[in-house]
Design a protein around this ligand. Structure first.
Ligand SMILES: Cc1cc2nc3c(=O)[nH]c(=O)nc-3n(C[C@H](O)[C@H](O)[C@H](O)COP(=O)(O)OP(=O)(O)OC[C@H]3O[C@@H](n4cnc5c(N)ncnc54)[C@H](O)[C@@H]3O)c2cc1C
Length: 292
């Protein structure tokens, strides 16, 4: 059974934030695919809550380009919409792809990109992709609005930079972070659907004359929080895109990841997946098949 005290549907960020600030027992619910599961499991910090619904707030459901052609995604946009939206498909298909791999159709219809980030888990399908896209997050409450890089948002497993009353309102992808890049996301999981990623690999690549002009290497489940292999990215710049260099890149990534053993997979297996999928991603982006 669900144990909750109350539910309030809100129509504005201000209204939602005001309730949250004045009631320490209040908790945001977006799609509810995490909140309701935890509530039904009687997880201590999720029971007897005053839930504050935010999915009917209009501005949280929009996807658009601003005047500078930055892509703005409202936090309550669900995965089905991300998978099908023209702006996403045309400019950042890597996000459409990762969205299409979340759960099953019912979960994609309910689960939101904001909830996926705010639950703070490293396996979240949006997380490594948004790291690779250098996404910025707009966080609002009744007193202020701030914009922070996504990499500053994750503090520790299931811990993000949100205070009571804060609402993640928008995800911002600047034009310079998608224009000219090609991107690919690979989720490795034993089952094709309804399975949490054993490893998530996101690669964005800008190439010129068969050399790497810019590259972003981002990973989920490679550490307690999503991460970028930034040193490897730096050493990759200007490298020719040949198999030898790609192998050097893939080996080097492991110096920056921090995988662990769990019942899902061993550390050695995860490390191998990171290398194989990084190679597959880069080769895929330059039009070469690699099925190792
Ligand atoms: C069967 C099943 C399969 C799943 N498969 C996958 C999968 O393959 N990949 C994957 O990544 N996830 C998966 N999930 C997890 C889940 O569906 C996603 O994490 C989803 O994106 C959560 O979004 P939501 O809107 O439902 O969040 P909610 O459950 O509503 O909220 C999640 C958390 O975020 C907070 N929150 C939500 N929105 C905001 C906001 N705008 N500002 C501040 N805080 C906020 C809530 O208070 C809560 O703490 C699965 C879940 C289930 C039940």
């Amino acid at each position: 059974m669900y144990q909750l005290k109350s539910y309030t549907e809100t129509n504005s960020i201000y209204q939602a934030s005001e309730i949250l600030i004045n009631n320490e027992n209040a908790m945001i619910i977006a799609g509810g695919t995490d909140v309701l599961v935890k509530m039904r499991d009687l997880k201590k910090s999720y029971i007897d809550k005053d839930l504050v619904g935010i999915t009917r707030i209009k501005e949280l459901n929009e996807i658009y380009k601003d005047k500078e052609e930055n892509i703005i995604i409202g936090s309550c946009v669900n995965f089905t919409k991300l998978e099908e939206n023209e702006i996403i498909l045309k400019n950042i298909p890597i996000l459409a792809k990762s969205s299409s791999l979340v759960g099953g159709p019912q979960i994609r219809n309910m689960g939101t990109i904001g909830g996926n980030i705010c639950n703070g888990v490293t396996s979240a399908e949006s997380a490594s992709v948004l790291f690779a896209l250098n996404a910025k997050l707009e966080i609002e409450n009744i007193n202020r609005k701030k914009i922070i890089p996504i990499e500053n948002f994750y503090i520790d497993h299931a811990k993000v930079l949100l205070k009571q009353g804060d609402i993640l309102s928008k995800i911002i992808i600047n034009k310079k972070d998608y224009e000219g890049f090609k991107g690919v996301y690979f989720k490795f999981a034993p089952r094709n659907a309804m399975d949490i990623a054993t490893i998530g690999v996101s690669v964005m690549l800008k190439e010129k004359n068969n050399k790497i002009e810019d590259i972003r290497l981002a990973y989920g489940v490679a550490g307690p929080i999503p991460l970028r292999a930034k040193n490897t990215e730096k050493l990759s710049i200007n490298l020719e895109l040949n198999e030898k260099n790609i192998d050097i890149i893939c080996d080097n990534v492991l110096k920056e990841t921090n995988t662990r053993n769990s019942w899902r997979a061993s550390k050695a297996y995860r490390d191998n997946l990171i290398k194989v999928f990084t190679k597959r991603a880069i080769l895929n982006l330059i039009g070469v098949d690699y099925e190792n």
